[in-house]
Design a protein. Sequence first.
Length: 200
Amino acid sequence: MGNEATTIGRVTRCSTRGFIGAARAPEPEIPYFGAFCKADAQQGKSAVIGLIYDISIEDDQLTRQMAAAERPNDEELADQRFVRQVPIEYSALAVGFWSEEKFNYALPPQPPLALALIHALQDDEIRAFTERLDFIPIILSADNLANDELLAAAIQTAASVRSAAERGAFLVDAGRYCARLLANDLTRLENVIRRFCDEK
């Protein structure tokens, strides 16, 4: 896999089902819901592919003081938002892994280690990983997540790295794949397809 990806933090907690990362803004850029990322595992022999599903920006004493102030001035707000490093924590669902020069669409054999670097997947990596849609069942079956919203965000992220000519066909293929999985729940299927098509 490519080595020029943007670093978006380090692993703080992990399991085979996913990992939690921490970073400080403005460096690196804040990760976003539905973004694909990766973290090395098995001493670099594999990389866990994650899909970010939860992001929290932690407060601190200064933030609380400014929030309680009657009217913080623009300079203080700009310093807080763009200069000071604000702690960010995000959670990623494991949706596959890279091993032996190929993507695997299953839970990884081992999670990444604590403090492993987390990188955003590059566009070509997202495209390659999503050539097969076998990550979709992992998203739909994950416990205690906003599964349908996460799936829609993931599909839109995958569509965005494709050319305009390819994007429509990709969304149709994704819709058909979801139709096979959700054939017994037509209401949910309709909602899922509407979510990732409405954002097109």
